[in-house]
Design a protein around this ligand. Structure first.
Ligand code: FPP
Ligand code: MG
Length: 327
């Protein structure tokens, strides 16, 4: 019987697992008193591309972790991620998320913050279902994500070094992927792979976020489902811009455009468009993508340590696809 259950578990496709996670998240939202928050009245998408779930499910397969546990880890991570985006969109005054209006746009900033808080509590309810200790590690991951968001906030419109940017990426985005990987490692009972799993998680987050930051320059809103040029207009100095600012041929011009963006509160996008144009035309998006690709290549030795060889290959292909995505 046990053998049969294991075989059935292996047969569960990625799409089936994602559908189960989505169903569970919707069930949590359905359970909320409609007078408190009615998720069906707004068209906000609570799951998006499900990158953290895909990462966890494929990584879990490569560790030999059973799918039910990987699905619970994924659901907790998706909930934390969505909560962080609800808050991030308030901070960024963003209007578009996952191709739909942000909650701060449709229901106002107060509601968006509070729905974000509620979604955090859902995540911890989920984490308890993994093991009684899991909420403890999740709360520490959330604290480090918040530290990353605060560091980024402190550096708005300021000179940012590549080392500072790397630290922000590791905390803001890497920590949640790292939590998924370490929780999967713990549940798969592979303590000897703890360091390897932590590195894979953190670096996947960094690679994903570098590509996300490149798409802020390259992408159209219709393609990414988000407002274009948000990082530039909000004064966030991400890797493509750092590379451009480090080039003496462009530093003076970019700094002048950034000053006009900071001081002109009319919402004129022209300086941001000129900066984006300069960054793209002179190969700095390509430069940032090359750094992500190099990180991906150096991760191969860690991925090679994962015990399920065929599943590790599928996982590796997914991370490569993430690092070269265009939306
Ligand atoms: C998106 O970054 C935001 C994050 C990856 C994390 C933000 C973290 C917090 C707000 C603190 C944690 C809070 C909670 C409630 C768990 P981005 O702005 O670069 O990405 P975007 O382009 O998708 O907006
Ligand atoms: Mg944002």
């Amino acid at each position: 019987m046990l053998k049969y259950v294991f075989a059935m578990d292996k047969l569960r496709s990625l799409d089936e697992s994602l559908a189960r996670i989505n169903r569970d998240i919707n069930a949590l939202l359905d359970g909320v008193d409609k007078a408190v928050y009615d998720h069906e009245k707004t068209s906000f998408n609570f799951m998006g591309k499900a990158v953290r779930s895909r990462f966890t499910l494929l990584f879990g397969d490569a560790l030999g972790l059973e799918r039910g546990t990987a699905e619970r880890i994924s659901a907790a991570a998706e909930l934390i991620h969505t909560a962080s985006l609800l808050h991030d969109d308030c901070i960024d005054r963003a209007a578009l998320r996952r191709g739909l209006p942000t909650l701060n746009e449709s229901l106002g900033i107060n509601t968006a913050i509070l729905v974000g808080d509620m979604v955090v509590s859902f995540a911890f309810d989920y984490a308890v279902k993994i093991t009684p200790d899991t909420p403890g590690s999740l709360v520490r991951a959330v604290r480090r994500m918040t530290e990353g968001a605060l560091l980024e906030e402190n550096l708005r419109y300021k000179n940012t070094s590549a080392a500072e940017a790397e630290r922000i990426l590791q905390l803001k985005t890497g920590e949640l992927f790292r939590w998924c990987a370490l929780t999967a490692c713990h549940m798969a009972k592979k303590p000897e792979l703890y360091e390897v799993c932590g590195t894979i998680g953190r670096e996947t987050g960094v690679i994903f976020q570098i590509t996300d930051d490149v798409l802020d320059f390259e992408g159209e809103a219709g393609q990414t489902g988000k407002d274009a040029l948000k990082d530039i207009t909000e004064g966030r100095t991400t890797l493509p811009l750092i590379l451009a600012l480090n080039d003496p041929r462009f530093a003076v011009e970019i700094k002048a455009e950034l000053t006009s963006l900071k001081t002109d509160l009319s919402g004129n996008l022209a300086p941001a468009l000129r900066i984006a144009d300069l960054v793209k035309k002179n190969g700095f998006c390509a430069g940032a993508r090359a750094i992500a690709a190099e990180k991906m290549r150096s991760l191969e030795k860690e991925i090679a340590r994962l015990p399920e060889r065929a599943a590790a290959g599928t996982f590796k292909n997914y991370i490569y696809a993430l690092s070269s995505r265009t939306k």
